[in-house]
Design a protein around this ligand. Sequence first.
Ligand SMILES: *Cc1c(COP(=O)(O)O)cnc(C)c1O
Length: 434
Amino acid sequence: MPHNDLPGRPFVARRDADLFLEDVRLADLAATHGTPLFAYSKASMLDALAAYQRGFAGRNARIHYAMKANSSLAVLQVFARAGCGFDIVSIGELRRVVAAGGDPATVIFSGVGKTRAEMREALSAGIGCFNVESTAELEVLHEVASAMGLRAPVSIRVNPNVDPQTHPYISTGLKGNKFGVAHEETVDAYRRAAALSGLRVVGIDCHIGSQITQESPYLDAMDKVLDLVAAIEAAGVPLHHIDFGGGLGIDYRGDTPPAADALWAKLLAKLDARGYGDRQLMIEPGRSLVGNAGVCVTEVLYLKPGEQKNFCIVDAAMNDLPRPAMYEAFHAIEPLRAVADDAGAARDAAVFDVVGPICESGDWIGRDRALGGVRAGDLLAVLSAGAYCMSMASNYNTRGRAAEVLVDGGQSHLVRERETPEDTFRHERLLPGA
Ligand SMILES: *Cc1c(COP(=O)(O)O)cnc(C)c1O
């Protein structure tokens, strides 16, 4: 591995002036496949997964990749082959798991708004568990399963009411959230679930938010969940597994989340101390497995200097990289080819807002970025683009979604073709008549 000057992204590095992902020069990928282009490092994904696997060594544990972070089939293949299950939030995601060769029995189904049709299909496929998010959902799932002569495996997602200290749009375990069953109502909900013949209670689930960079919310949530486990079992409902959700953050901008193995050493110590260490454990990490495995390569189209702002207009936009527009999120942006140091004096000291071509002022990717002597035609890499980018991409402005490449050592595989404009309106119908 070359010298790494991009902390938190061990598989993105410069060799001389050029930016590489593993052993592949990103500029070569852009020349072959065009821009905007997402590239993902397989080694980076497996490295992130390995931290969890080390943390759980010798334990009865299963890692369910929360695939909404990046649901591209090739990414799912990597995790399925590495032994992961999947956390899904729609039946479309289950179909992706099956298309990628994953086993439905390893799937857990989360989400506040499962439809009856989704429940039916998931039951027929034999998924591992439904993470139920309300008492109303318990009743409907019971009806659907009973009508099929089945018993649905369920755990209830509890809302531990801890503050994950993250962006309000991605915190999910607080009282004002739409997610999960309130702490005070949990024991009653479990009593009800145990009484319904179409359900089979198998576990308890909690997921408190995303991009969590502190360990204390996890430790607090673990205490609250274990208090509930004790209360639920005292009420006569045994729980086979404890699912602790996902949410661990990544380094976007000098963030220092705990390492997965270090965090789990502490959480397991707590589980052991409270006598729950030999339960089946489950987790649902998404971002922390893929976020820093991905980059988005984009070409500078125009520089537009201004009195108040300088704009660097690139060919990627909010439809490709929605996180800045949605959460004012930060992505580091690196030129693919660094300006040589002896040219440093001549560098343009200007800072730029990096923006896309979409007709919205919210279409920005980075603000006030020093990009050295950037020029039209240069290529930039938007870092930490593996999670919640392509999976949230849209066709706004009739922009086809970007192509995707999976990098594996010195090899690269095109895993998603660039969408054409025709692809974006393929399912539309013209009105009849002249
Ligand atoms: C989104 C989600 C996850 C994964 O969250 P990350 O922050 O990507 O790790 C896990 N569980 C549930 C229920 C989710 O909705």
